[in-house]
Design a protein around this ligand. Structure first.
Ligand SMILES: NC(=O)c1ccc[n+]([C@@H]2O[C@H](COP(=O)([O-])OP(=O)(O)OC[C@H]3O[C@@H](n4cnc5c(N)ncnc54)[C@H](OP(=O)(O)O)[C@@H]3O)[C@@H](O)[C@H]2O)c1
Length: 300
């Protein structure tokens, strides 16, 4: 186990993978909980402290660039010995919506906010710190189970187009799927591009597995209850997981002190391949450069 002189930053610790991982991380040091709902954050902090752990809550709306940067500044000011940062918070929306900056909300929450948050934290991170993003294999148009579920992979034209909610033709017929897949590809582009940009840090991505028991997606309450009940049974099928199981894999990769960087892991913590598109260095760099051009328009 890592010494208690370690701190771990996690976004989205109030539900699903993030909640289970926050509890697991508390065994490795202080957990910095970054989320949008102060009451939910306080409840998770109390849960960790009730088990003898230590937690700090930072309120941030990761769909809002200003709030994301402010959260990074607040964390830096704490001067904690941060050993790892987990970008986990995310949404999958089926109703069109925009962020405070007027950008498509999935792209803002899943990619632009986390990139702004990470960019603002990077200067304060010690050499060797792990920065992990929870990605999703639905970005890959060759991922057969995702295609069966209705995804058609990332439909990236440019960051500017994604922020407007515009995608390459031939996408999914289901609302929100192109936005989700395109935004989650941004997590992989960030890991692959930042790993080359910052060799002193370690960037890793994880496809955590399919977890119908989380609160991801806009589904009727009754469907949610049934999905949660069925989740443990569904793990007999390939790629399905539970929050607890994924939390163990995520924690292992986040606390791993090896030099691995620019790496992508599956639900078992084994190396996996990303789509051909995001495996291309020039594509990743363009995705991130265009995203930073958008972020640079937000100056406050
Ligand atoms: N579930 C799956 O099958 C699956 C598969 C592959 C990848 N993933 C990825 O796994 C990650 C976690 O998803 P999950 O399935 O655990 O979903 P979840 O149960 O809905 O948890 C999402 C977390 O993100 C937080 N969040 C959402 N919008 C936010 C915002 N604007 N600012 C700050 N926090 C925000 C939520 O906070 P609140 O509690 O306040 O809503 C919650 O803590 C996501 O990145 C998702 O894309 C999920």
């Amino acid at each position: 186990m890592t010494t208690s002189a370690s701190a771990w930053v996690i976004t989205g610790p109030t539900s699903g993978f993030g909640h289970a991982t926050a509890l697991e991380l508390a065994r490795h040091g202080t957990v910095v909980l970054v989320g949008r709902n102060p009451d939910k954050l306080a409840a998770v902090a109390a849960e960790i402290e009730g088990r003898g752990g230590a937690a700090v809550a930072i309120v941030a709306d990761l769909s809002d660039v200003v709030s994301s940067r402010r959260a990074a500044a607040e964390i830096t000011a704490l001067e904690l010995p941060v050993r790892g940062v987990l970008n986990n918070a995310g949404v999958m929306l089926s109703t069109p919506a925009t962020s405070k900056q007027g950008w498509e909300l999935s792209f803002a929450t899943n990619h632009l906010g986390p990139l702004a948050f990470t960019d603002a934290l990077l200067p304060s991170l010690a050499d060797g710190t792990n920065v992990v993003f929870i990605a999703s294999a639905v970005e890959d148009p060759g991922r057969i189970p995702a295609v069966r579920a209705g995804f058609r992979g990332s439909r990236f034209i440019s960051a500017q187009a994604a922020a407007r909610g515009e995608y390459t033709p031939g996408g999914s017929s289901r609302p929100g799927m192109d936005a989700y897949a395109t935004s989650k590809q941004g997590n992989l582009a960030a890991v692959f591009s930042l790993a080359r940009e910052y060799p002193r840090l370690r960037f890793r991505a994880i496809e955590p597995g399919v977890n119908p028991g989380s609160n991801l997606g806009e589904v009727p309450a009754v469907v949610r209850v049934i999905a949660k009940a069925l989740t443990p049974i569904l793990t007999v099928f390939p790629h399905f997981t539970t929050s607890k199981r994924a939390a163990r894999v995520i924690t292992r990769i986040l606390t791993d002190s090896s030099a691995a960087t620019g790496t992508y892991y599956n639900e078992d913590g084994k190396p996996m391949a990303a789509s051909t598109q995001v495996s291309d260095v020039a594509f990743c760099d363009r995705y991130i450069a265009e995203s930073r051009e958008l972020l640079a328009t937000v100056t406050s």
